[in-house]
Design a protein around this ligand. Structure first.
Ligand SMILES: Nc1ncnc2c1ncn2[C@@H]1O[C@H](COP(=O)(O)OP(=O)(O)OP(=O)(O)O)[C@@H](O)[C@H]1O
Ligand SMILES: Cc1ncc(CO)c(N)n1
Length: 269
């Protein structure tokens, strides 16, 4: 069985973070493991408190996994502070690990800062160059590049700028655009468009986490990046179409193996 790891924060309401990642791995038939970087008190209405896990404990979790188990791919989500970023980067270099999907989580949908502003530079300096795929949304791509993004052409410009910072493949997500939810992938040579019609729902809690963990699971299964993203775009679209009106606010996406089959992805290994 293929094995995937998520290095991310816990979302007590189960819609985003570690919980979304592990559900997504399971739905893809991949064995999921976790390194918890922070615990959030969070629900569908907001993030109310965050407790960061110490960098030492994060390092120990990474060691415990890599000393014992062969990881096929991993994703990085919420990383909170500079010292957390540094220990993750050091450990992944120590283990010569490169199947890395980086979701540069900055601000939650409800507006809470999940990455301290001064840690943004460390994320760019230490984690971006290690990423096989990085998956910023529009506001994150704007922070990373300093560019203003309104059009598909702007997304392409930002993708190129982020590639220049060292990430091998850059996927800019169009979830925050006005009309279509089209995502753009740049691999250093060509741009690929992954068109997506906008689904009219408020229940989009954890869409970014779900997409990046789906890509991680597909990479763990040996699927090349372009096709992994294509399949994961289908998965997230289906997961949003079937999202759940759980709680009083922004409900979560839906993860079920049947959805994975419905998205037409069972033909792969
Ligand atoms: N309403 C929608 N309809 C269709 N696709 C959507 C919608 N919202 C987001 N997506 C898609 O979901 C994926 C995640 O994108 P999004 O921009 O929402 O990520 P995010 O902002 O990082 O999410 P999060 O708030 O969980 O951090 C992308 O493929 C995007 O195109
Ligand atoms: C723990 C966690 N990670 C990521 C997100 C995505 O915004 C969130 N809301 N919570």
């Amino acid at each position: 069985m293929k094995k995937a790891l998520t290095i991310a924060g816990s979302d007590s309401s189960g819609g985003a973070g570690i919980q979304a990642d592990l559900k997504t791995f399971s739905a893809h038939g991949v064995f999921g493991m976790s390194v918890i970087t922070a615990i959030t008190a969070q629900n569908t209405q907001g993030v109310f408190a965050v407790q960061d896990i110490s960098p030492e404990m994060i390092g120990r979790q990474i060691d415990a996994i890599f000393d014992d188990i062969d990881v096929d791919a991993l994703k990085i989500g919420m990383v909170s502070v500079t010292d957390t970023i540094k220990v993750i980067a050091e450990k992944l270099q120590e283990y010569h690990f490169s199947q890395i999907v980086l979701d540069p989580v900055m601000i939650s949908k409800s507006g809470y800062s999940l990455l301290q502003p001064e840690a943004g530079e460390a994320l760019i300096k230490y984690l971006l160059p290690l990423a096989m795929v990085v998956t910023p949304n529009i506001p994150e791509a704007e922070v990373i590049t300093g560019l203003h993004i309104e059009t598909l052409a702007d997304m392409k410009k930002a993708a190129k700028a982020i590639h220049d910072l060292g990430a091998a493949n850059v996927l800019i997500k169009g979830g925050h655009m006005e009309d279509d939810a089209t995502d753009i992938l740049f691999d250093g040579e060509k741009y690929l468009e992954y068109p997506g019609r906008r689904i009219d729902t408020k229940h989009t809690h954890g869409t970014g986490c779900t997409l990046s963990s789906s890509i991680t699971a597909n990479i763990a299964r040996g699927i090349p990046v372009e096709r992994a993203v294509e399949q994961s775009k289908r998965y997230i679209t289906t997961a949003i179409e079937h999202s759940l009106a759980i709680g009083k606010g922004v409900g979560p996406t839906h993860h079920f193996y049947e959805l994975y089959q419905k998205a037409g992805m069972t033909d792969e290994q």
